[in-house]
Design a protein around this ligand. Structure first.
Ligand SMILES: NC(=O)c1ccc[n+]([C@@H]2O[C@H](COP(=O)([O-])OP(=O)(O)OC[C@H]3O[C@@H](n4cnc5c(N)ncnc54)[C@H](OP(=O)(O)O)[C@@H]3O)[C@@H](O)[C@H]2O)c1
Length: 254
């Protein structure tokens, strides 16, 4: 058990609780004394993580079933979290997303609305429903996991990238709105991570490991950083990528 229990009294709701990144984040906040609510579809997986986190760190860890593809379930989740936000106890990590292949979505555009629902509509819906309670409480931390893929539309991944760009644009404005009430909002832009989302895909290099990445995200959230590229070298890669002139960029096969 960590000696520093500075998050005692906080409740971290973690949406996408079966993601390795989210799991590592749950351990990180629990080690500092926070209670945890793991949110996701796979209740068996969440229950196993809950038991592990709770045993190791001696904190309360609960689970909540929610399919972000179903707006009614997002509404129920918001209702469960509203009282915690109102009490000034709620912090939130939004780590759920899907990334169907670009080729699959080009062949079957019917795959795009579900991508949009999970990656964009559901997170925005949840944040909008919780915002008034957070504003009244004047306290809380929100971490939204986007992606470097949202910084520029590339040939190989621009449908997923568009969803992350939309989420990042919303999050920037939401940060402004919430900052006025003392609630902090962090946008995280990971590069490649060593998780199921990218497992076996071609072209993956120097993937970040979930545990150190989760540690970096928590430190950034607690230091009230606004935007985090992680691992950090992705900031440089994206700065270069964003400055490539369009006539050249459109010829690149990346
Ligand atoms: N891996 C990368 O290289 C990378 C790079 C940049 C950004 N990111 C972002 O990092 C975050 C974590 O992803 P990851 O890499 O850890 O991938 P992952 O292992 O595939 O995790 C994705 C999470 O989203 C959940 N999810 C998917 N659809 C859902 C739905 N309809 N309802 C509720 N939950 C749903 C999954 O739950 P189930 O277990 O139920 O499917 C899982 O917990 C995501 O926001 C991702 O976009 C990842």
């Amino acid at each position: 058990m960590s000696a520093v229990r500075d998050l005692q009294g906080r409740l971290w709701a973690i949406v996408g609780g079966s993601s390795p990144l989210a799991r590592a984040f749950a351990h990180r906040v629990a080690a500092r004394g926070a209670s945890v609510l793991l949110v996701g579809r796979d209740l068996d997986d969440l229950a196993r993580t809950a038991a592990d986190v709770s045993l190791r760190h001696q904190v309360e860890v609960l689970v909540h079933g929610c399919d972000l593809g179903d707006p009614d379930q997002v509404g129920l989740l918001a209702r469960r979290l509203q009282s915690e936000a109102e009490a000034g106890r709620l912090d939130l990590l939004l780590a759920a997303a899907i990334m169907p292949s670009q080729a699959a979505m080009e062949a079957d555009p019917a795959l795009v609305p579900p991508l949009w629902q999970v990656n964009v509509t559901a997170p925005i819906d949840l944040l909008l429903r919780l915002a008034p309670a957070w504003q009244r409480a004047g306290r809380g931390t929100v971490v939204v996991v986007g992606s470097v893929a949202g910084d520029r539309g590339r040939l190989s991944n621009h449908l997923y990238g568009a969803s992350k760009a939309a989420l990042a644009t919303f999050t920037a404005g939401f940060r402004n709105r919430m900052a006025r009430a003392g609630v902090h909002v962090l946008t995280v832009k990971p590069g490649f991570l060593d998780t199921g989302m990218t497992w076996g895909l071609p072209g993956i290099f120097l993937p970040g490991q979930p545990d150190p990445v989760a540690g970096t995200i928590l430190a950034a959230a607690l230091n009230r950083k606004d935007v985090l590229y992680v691992p950090g070298f992705w900031w440089l890669i994206l700065t270069i990528l964003k400055h490539i002139p369009e006539p050249i960029f459109k010829r690149l096969k990346i």
